[in-house]
Write a protein that binds this ligand. Sequence first.
Ligand SMILES: Cc1ncc(C[n+]2csc(CCOP(=O)(O)OP(=O)(O)O)c2C)c(N)n1
Ligand SMILES: O=C1C[C@@H](O)[C@H](O)[C@@H](O)C1=O
Ligand SMILES: [Mg+2]
Length: 644
Amino acid sequence: MSFLKLTTAQALIKFLNQQYMERDGKEQKLFKGIFTIFGHGNVLGMGQALEEDSGDLEVYQGRNEQGMAHVATAFAKQKHHGQLIACTTSVGPGSANMVTAAATATANNIPLLLLTGDTFATRQPDPVLQQIEQSYNLGISTNDAFKAVSKYWDRINRPEQLMSAMINAIRVLTNQGDAGAVTIALPQDVQGEAFDFPESFFKKRVYTINRIKPTDRALHEAIELIKGKKKPLIVCGGGVRYSEAASTLREFAETFHIPFAETQAGKSAIESTHPLNLGGIGVTGNATANTIAKSADLVIGMGTRFTDFTTASKHLFQSDDVDFITINISEFHAGKLDATQVVADAKTALETFTEKLNEIQYRSSYENEITVAKEAWQAELKRLYETNFKSEDFKPEVAGHLDDTLTEYEEVFGSSLTQTAVIGAINETIDGDAIVVGSSGSLPGDLQRMWVSKAPNTYHMEYGYSCMGYEISGALGAKMAAPDQEVYAFVGDGSYLMLHSELITSIQENKKINVLLFDNAGFGCINNLQMGNGMGSFGTEFRMRDQETNQLTGPIMHIDYAQSAAGYGVKTYTARTLEQLRDALEDAKKQTVSTLIDIKVLPKTMTDGYGAWWHVGVAEVSKKESIQAAFEEKEKQLKKARQY
Ligand SMILES: Cc1ncc(C[n+]2csc(CCOP(=O)(O)OP(=O)(O)O)c2C)c(N)n1
Ligand SMILES: O=C1C[C@@H](O)[C@H](O)[C@@H](O)C1=O
Ligand SMILES: [Mg+2]
């Protein structure tokens, strides 16, 4: 056996360079690059290894650890898990900053490799700068916080541990059904320590999609169930996209005349205009999907985790005889809703289902209800595109909350744009193959309902963790994954303020992204939520502290986001009318640098409703009658929901 004397960090980088992913006969490096923010916890180990020989890894410089890890997550998501970017941080606050991003990746089952600097394994200089020192356990460091949010966690206290740790790390990162954040904590001293690593550790390793077939029994049970059903409905989840099963799903739906609805992660597998595509389903779904869902007698979940947003807190599927089939590569997710479980890859499962259903010449019994529901939604979409604050019969989409203060917003903003009209104008103006990215606030709801996807894989929504701050990082990750397509981040003002640091990285990397900043001066969707459940407007509008009342009820804050981003070198625009917006969008297309359009939109003009309930924690006791009423309503609706 031959050996290579390397430091732990050098061995790690060499190992990463030898990992490959194979898809559809095409092989590529599993790791495209590595994001870094160096500090004393990683610069002399990981930094040294990368400076000396990074191999084919591109080395990027992040601005905020959370931000850079979101970039890496979005990159993997857009690449359908086929290629990854690793992240290295310093010890203490550097790694702590990344915990939120780890959780985001894990919630969404997206592979993300985090290489966090750690305190000394020898403990000789303890306490080192940024060490917490838990007196009950000296073995604990900040990095233990990743245990709750990682799918695999390890600490390399001796160089030779790297080998088993990394083989397990890759096992998890390449597991389609159970991927997520993988945290490898690297004590500062161990990173630089040398060891004679066997050369075999560095051999080329090629991974591939595990296209698990359904068992005969699962297939038989599922087909027997489908046979007796008249109104099946497919829920197209992210698994359809990650498994690259869209064309198989299209053929399946068309052959058996089965409509499909989209989750946030599944949207844009197939274009919105497909006659069987009902669009977004659930809490943030539209009327078409939610209407059909209510009377479906069979729900076939494909690659979906069936979150509360998809099932409307298990309240959506109201037919007495509704049954569920779950097709999922993950046993855990297949086990949801007491379904007939088909643990399999979506594409393979669909192929086998097609064969069997063809044998019995199955066809659903839908007549024209899908077309009727789709046409009704088209009319509603047109209305949403045309909402106009200035029209006499204007009523905000979320009415009865702040109706009287909307003119105050109009004055401060110098704009009466409605959010739905803005989304309509953007959808009509940007290229059909542009990728739209989002994550939190009111925009995911509007986009899941309203966005007309024209090309495959152009809708990129992180809605597993709905993490504010993902949007701009996510846009950069999507751009790095698809450099030939325009990428647009849809971001609220609250989320923009929380984290937009990687906008600078987009400039540094010459990766143009377009930021569409929807400024409604507040945490709009949370304001809707609280007021919709009987509360007042409390702590969610961006208002100055009123000196007399000492409450946040003073004047609306006005922030010139365009001016601030211009200082970064971003090409910026302000849009106060639809015409200005369209002009800005057209001009932004011509730019080579990242752009930002500061769009002032009136609160309460986002979409709302469409027949889905959401189970939220309403107070059982309150002096307010409106809250008592909200609680009673919640209890009433809860009785109609499935319990598990
Ligand atoms: C990191 C994080 N913190 C808190 C929340 C809870 N939250 C969800 S949406 C939201 C407000 C979003 O405001 P904004 O980005 O302006 O969007 P809007 O709802 O106004 O469209 C908050 C605080 C979250 N999703 N993520
Ligand atoms: O609490 C939340 C409410 C949702 O409407 C929003 O989209 C999401 O970001 C969130 O965290
Ligand atoms: Mg806002």
